[in-house]
Design a protein around this ligand. Structure first.
Ligand code: NAD
Ligand code: IPM
Ligand code: MN
Length: 349
């Protein structure tokens, strides 16, 4: 494409700090490629809510739909901030976007780059992708509270899993595994306890896997998956899993591959009926916000994922190579957010 229109949502906390670096990198690679990028900035998040009382209006959602993709930082107030009830922003902004724009694949790659340090004794050659479900599971908002405030209170969040949703997720995961070198797919669930959803996932993996004889399939319960993610993460190639399990596993995956500040994510609408959204795995990190302490690499790699999705794989590869080069040279140095951006830009040039 000669022209891209990108919605930019910096959000709260470190969101604006890391997105600023991602934008510099985006501008550099697209202008070098002769691609014009029109960016429109959207003020969404806890700060915006405090100022306007709005989370995400129908109109803003419609405006977001008009873009080729969304570059997202992070939203969410500090956990102790009493002005903002927990989760209002996350659910009404972030999850609402994922649901409304049908981001059914939450794609979260993990690689251990040279120059970064894993806390693991023998990390091995880590390179896997978590294909996390993005629009269902316990995130569906299905549940409620009976007799609140009493000893008889019953609070439920019912996990919603549809054959349609799981099938399209699993198909995406198999297609991805088939394109990768090791061609291995691990279903992570908890079908010993979550019998109904577990059976649905298992059945569809078996059914769809029949069409991908070249892909080796195995299964782990999610608790055991956390063992192997810390003792032998190199064994994984493609992991397909439920929304909540995928959330938890990908913070762990970030931590074992050099830190959460390096882990990108794509919220993908693979049918392309609405723009996909690219963001770091991490949140707004109120504990370090406003001090140039955040690592912008996750946001920068999310930008690479965005360009790949938008049909600019060479520009995506350039960004990834520049990040690798910069990490190999400076990965363990203490640098400000902008200094890391400078380093990646220097590696690009
Ligand atoms: P978090 O990911 O914001 O932070 C967890 C820890 O990781 C903190 O110690 C933080 O300083 C560190 N960290 C995160 N990103 C970093 C980076 N780029 N560089 C260096 N260190 C980094 O998770 P949390 O503290 O549980 O959540 C904070 C807020 O963010 C909450 O309101 C939460 O709901 C929200 N959140 C939003 C998103 C999102 O917008 N996608 C994702 C996760 C959490
Ligand atoms: C993530 C975040 C979100 C999630 C929250 C903030 C709703 O943790 O993107 O991983 O649970 O999906
Ligand atoms: Mn998370």
């Amino acid at each position: 494409p000669a022209h891209l229109s990108i919605a930019v949502v910096p959000g709260d906390g470190i969101g604006p700090e890391v997105v600023a670096e991602a934008e510099r990198v985006l501008d550099a690679v697209t202008s070098a490629a002769g691609v014009r990028v029109d960016k429109r900035r959207f003020g969404l998040g806890a700060q915006h809510w405090l100022e306007t009382g709005e989370t995400l209006t129908e109109q803003t959602l419609e405006e977001l739909r008009g873009h080729d993709a969304i570059l997202f930082g992070a939203v969410g107030a500090a956990p102790g901030d009493r002005r903002v009830p927990s989760g209002v922003i996350e659910r009404d902004v972030l999850l609402r976007m994922r649901f409304a724009l049908d981001h059914y694949v939450n794609l979260r790659p993990s690689r251990l780059y040279p120059g970064t340090t894993s806390p693991l004794a023998r990390p091995g050659d880590i390179d896997f992708v978590v294909v996390r479900e993005g629009t269902e599971g316990p995130y569906a908002g299905n549940g409620g509270v009976l007799r609140p405030g009493t000893d008889a209170e019953i609070a439920t969040e019912v996990s919603l899993n549809t054959a349609h949703g799981v099938r399209r997720l699993v198909r995406y995961a198999f297609e991805l595994a088939a394109r990768r070198e090791r061609k291995k797919l691990t279903l992570v669930h908890k079908h010993n306890v979550l019998v109904n959803a577990g059976r649905l996932y298992s059945r569809l993996v078996e059914e769809i896997g029949a069409g991908f004889p070249e892909v080796a399939v195995d299964y782990l319960h999610v608790d055991a998956a956390t063992i192997f993610l810390t003792t032998d993460p190199a064994r994984f190639d493609v992991i397909v899993t439920d929304n909540l399990f995928g959330d938890i596993l990908t913070d762990l995956a970030g931590a074992v591959t050099g830190g959460i500040g390096l882990a990108p994510a794509g919220n993908i609408n693979a049918d392309r009926t609405a723009p996909s959204m690219f963001e770091p795995v991490h949140g707004s990190a109120p504990d370090i916000a406003g001090r140039q302490l955040a690592n912008p690499v996750a946001a920068i790699l999310a930008t690479a994922m965005m360009l790949e999705h938008l049909g600019l794989p060479e520009q995506a590869a350039r960004i990834e190579a520049a990040v690798q080069q910069d990490l190999a040279a400076h990965g363990t140095e203490t640098r400000s957010t902008a200094q890391v951006g400078d380093g990646v830009l220097a590696a690009l040039a």
